[in-house]
Design a protein around this ligand. Sequence first.
Ligand code: HOC
Length: 385
Amino acid sequence: DLSTMTCIEDLRRVYKRRVPRMFYDYCDSGSWTESTYRANIDEFQTIKLRQRVAVNMTGRTTRSTMIGQDVAMPVALAPTGLTGMQHADGEILAARAAKAFGVPFTLSTMSICSIEDVAEHAGPGFWFQLYVMRDRDYIERLIDRAKAAGCSALQLTLDLQILGQRHKDIKNGLSSPPKPTLANMINLATKPRWCLGMLGTKRRSFGNIVGHAKGVGDMSSLASWTAEQFDPELNWGDVEWIKKRWGGKLIIKGIMDAEDARLAADSGADALIVSNHGGRQLDGAPSSIAALPSIAQAVGKDIEVWMDGGIRSGQDVLKARALGARGTMIGRAFLYGLGAYGELGVTRALEIIRRELDLTMAFCGRTDIDTVDEGILLPGTYPKP
Ligand code: HOC
């Protein structure tokens, strides 16, 4: 019964039981010592809210806009690799849930369902996330496919030209689909719902790179494929040609430094995302919430600033808003719902976050998310530029 799922942690516990170990680990871990991955979550907790009383709390709204697009709350679903391995047809289900809820869904380049699958089964209007590869013809084809599918924004990720070292994925022999080893078979035997789902779909490997990455399936082939394919010479000049080729709304993801933020603003992109890739790339980087204020200050109103990393509740969304993020993105928080209950689980995760956001906003004496600023935070408890 989904009504007993009252916080994201409830969904995570069910998710952990239902999804094969290698995909749980792939989602719920960071690189190296995982210190950045943990800091993303923990540092939200050190920020304290100012409780206000006797303020009229009627007529509240969490509705806002992200790059001019109306959203039910300032939260979008982040691009997450291998989402269709967390649940059969995961990208389609998450895109549907997001659309019905009124928040954007972002499809990863490294998804299981392809751009065309999602467009066909969930409709147009989703966002597409792009990794930059050496093969420019292929990049152009991906951009053109996203356009043809009716994607309404392109999210360009700049922080993954090489892969952070993820110990668990290597040890687990992460692959899509899982290889029929004895260890995998034993683990899969305890995941009947997941197995049934996978038997019922043909989408079990990377949908967008089919034909471009023959033989890529397991983690070692993927890591070497990434090293071979992703462009280590990527620079701001490339951002310019991608922007031109795409011709629509452009979001730059992976900014952790005020100087880079200025470059992103100068590139003419519509939004930048303060992100350390969920603590999956450079371990030892600061948490996203700690990096946010100086980045917001560096760019002012020249570009929309969003953030991701560590959001597990609507309270986190509110704190990010207060520190200058017009928008936020959730990755693991929706994947927990997806792996646990499919489309309904994603909807539940969004409901949980919206309810927490709405209630917290009311306790802080605000009724409109667009009026939220630093004033809702207790001085001395939050990061400053
Ligand atoms: C193993 C997949 O954003 C992640 C994703 C996708 C990375 C590409 C390689 O795992 O952080």
